[in-house]
Design a protein around this ligand. Structure first.
Ligand code: AMP
Ligand code: ZN
Length: 121
């Protein structure tokens, strides 16, 4: 693996296919898969394939990557069963650092939605 990946990182392992996941979407830069402990009828995670630990490490070199990630989110949300805006919608969450509630230190965006009630949130 190149320096762009962390051999001890669970999401790098998912991207590499070394840990199984339920894949939603993949392209050259992004990997998207269902959260293993969903809070809601729809709950998937969007990650860059390169290992960026969190939003705290994002810089100008990531503008295109992060722009693509965020602009893809609404399309995948609808495809995965979120209802249309405004009655439906979804929540985008990006926990950053310990005080931000981040548990897995590979940048990931949660996309959460679907009919309520939700288990959490
Ligand atoms: P956080 O770092 O707090 O934003 O959340 C990490 C998320 O990753 C949690 O919602 C976990 O359920 C999820 N998660 C951890 N391991 C896996 C895995 N192997 N496959 C899918 N989701 C996972
Ligand atoms: Zn990683």
């Amino acid at each position: 693996m190149s320096a762009q990946h962390d051999p001890n990182c669970v999401f790098c392992k998912i991207v590499a296919g070394q840990i199984p996941s339920r894949k939603v979407y993949e392209d050259e830069d992004l990997f998207v898969f269902h959260d293993i402990h969903p809070w809601a009828p729809v709950h998937f995670l969007m990650v860059p394939k390169v290992h960026i630990p969190s939003m705290a490490q994002v810089g100008p070199e990531h503008e295109r990557l992060m722009g693509r990630l965020l602009t893809l989110a609404p399309k995948l949300a609808l495809e995965q069963g979120c209802n249309p805006y405004p009655e439906g919608g979804f929540r985008i969450v990006c926990n950053t650092g310990q005080e931000g509630g981040q548990e897995v230190h590979h940048l990931h965006v949660h996309v959460i939605g679907g009919p309520r009630p939700w288990a959490k949130g």
